[in-house]
Design a protein around this ligand. Structure first.
Ligand code: ZN
Length: 276
């Protein structure tokens, strides 16, 4: 754990000082979690996830790592939550219009709030991640609790969102509409919302009953915080479980993102011949 923290800080500071080795470590460590998140939220076409990750890394690097420096540097999990938000933002801008086909069936913010109302907090988390597109198997690993505990709550999905109930793969059913919903929810922070650090402390079991109870009560009423909490659980899960990228894929990414003037298009061969 300590080694992980040290590595995380060293990677970020290395990237910010322009070290190619640090960027290589960054790609090795964070490509897996980023690609899995993109796969869930932007399932189609399959090429989109890698394209998004390349765009995201290029964005993090430009203007002397301005975007990278803006992300939380306190701890890796806070950083990954910020990285997830960046991927969702960039992905939302690049969703193909064909992805909107199923969006009409997606729940609105108000519909989600109505579904979650008066449910136990653990059931709310299960319902929210089911609507996001997670299968029961993955959901159980993310939340460390079987979705079966929320059987009655999940039955509430049957009427309006039966497809979400029967998910076998982890993929968002309505990428455009869910992305828009997440942006709306993410931007609805109030003065009463706890900090992400408080959520991390709670996740680590460091929060006392006195600290935890009001936070949990708040989360049960605040979709913004429920989203941040489930996002944290997601990034922790994918950081742990996402398969590592083969070394040659890391090298390809590094070359593509290069480190050799990424934005400049190569001149066609004829232009070069004629000295244009
Ligand atoms: Zn809140």
């Amino acid at each position: 754990m300590v080694r992980g923290l040290v590595t995380f800080h060293r990677i970020l500071s290395g990237c910010e000082s322009g070290s190619v080795e640090a960027w290589k470590a960054f790609l090795e460590e964070y490509s897996p979690v980023a690609l899995e998140l993109c796969r869930v939220y932007f399932p189609s076409p399959a090429s989109l996830r890698m394209e998004l990750w390349r765009v995201a890394v290029a964005r993090l690097r430009e203007r002397d790592c301005e975007e990278l420096r803006k992300l939380d540097h306190q701890g890796e999990r806070e950083f990954l939550a910020g990285l997830r938000a960046l991927l969702l933002l960039l992905g939302g801008e690049r969703l193909p219009s064909s992805a909107a086909a199923a969006d009409g069936l997606a729940p609105s913010v108000e519909a989600v709030q109505a579904l979650l109302k008066d449910q136990l907090l653990v059931h709310q988390q299960i319902l929210f991640l089911k609507l996001a597109g997670y299968s029961n198997g993955t959901l159980e690993k993310i939340l460390m609790v079987s979705p079966r505990v929320a059987k009655d709550a999940l039955e509430r999905l049957r009427a309006g969102y039966p497809a979400a109930l029967g998910q076998r793969e982890d993929r968002c059913l309505w990428p455009g509409a869910w992305n828009a919903l997440l942006h709306r929810v993410q931007s609805s922070r109030s003065d009463h919302c706890p900090s992400l650090r408080q959520f991390v402390r709670m996740l680590d079991g460091q929060a006392t009953w006195y600290d935890k109870t009001p936070i949990e009560q708040h989360m049960g009423q605040c979709l913004h915080c429920l989203e941040r909490w489930t996002a944290l659980r997601e990034v922790v899960f994918w950081r742990r479980e996402a398969p590592r990228l083969p070394a040659e894929d890391v090298e390809t990414l590094l070359a593509e993102l290069s480190f050799a003037r990424p934005h400049k298009k190569r001149k066609p061969f004829l232009n070069l011949l004629f000295g244009e």
